[in-house]
Write a protein that binds this ligand. Structure first.
Ligand SMILES: [Zn+2]
Length: 189
């Protein structure tokens, strides 16, 4: 299941953690019920988003991070803060041995958008994957299909892969998520 980290919802999250085989972190708000990741357009808020990912990993809540760059959905210019946040997420991934997802969902399904700094997909974002590739972070490719019929069409997958073209990404081809979760759950308090 995809969960989000909110410290004030810890009791519910703990129940999910204990009862389910694995949890994917898909953070869609910075705070519980406020600051949607689809509205962020400044470096400080982007850093607050990364703080949430970091805390979730520190507390052993999750087993991989879904769409780590979803918070760039409305980010108008890929500035220095974007690179800083990418580097921070890469460090989090290495510290906690946490796979990061190349997401082939909504960010590419709807096509490219014209941002002030050029034509690109809202996410995945090449700047992020440049940092992930440089630090050899483990990457999982996720289709994020909300409709099983999408499994039959690889357009979105090809678009996501085009974002990381020629980067030397450490893509995991075989990853036992349940086993990874079993180990992490032992550390879970
Ligand atoms: Zn999601």
């Amino acid at each position: 299941m995809e969960v989000e980290y909110y410290p004030d919802q810890w009791e519910t999250l703990s129940e999910y953690r204990r009862s389910l085989d694995y949890l994917i972190l898909g953070q869609h708000n910075v705070y519980f019920d406020s600051v949607s990741v689809y509205s962020i357009n400044d470096g400080d808020t982007l850093h607050r988003y990364v703080d949430m990912l970091e805390k979730a990993c520190e507390r052993n809540l999750c087993d991989y991070i879904a769409h780590p760059d979803v918070a760039l959905y409305r980010y108008q210019r890929l500035d220095g803060s974007v690179r800083e946040c990418a580097a921070r997420i890469a460090d989090i991934s290495l510290k906690y041995n946490m796979p990061l997802e190349l997401n082939a969902g909504s960010g590419v399904q709807r096509g490219m958008y014209r941002f002030p700094d050029g034509l690109r997909y809202p996410y995945p974002t090449r700047v992020f994957f440049e940092e992930f590739a440089r630090k050899k972070c483990p990457i999982i490719i996720g289709l994020d299909v909300h409709d099983p019929r999408r499994f039959l069409d690889d357009t979105a997958l090809m678009r996501a892969l085009s974002v990381i073209a020629d980067l030397d990404c450490n893509i995991l081809e075989d990853f036992d998520l349940v086993e990874a979760a079993r180990k992490r759950k032992k550390e879970f308090r």
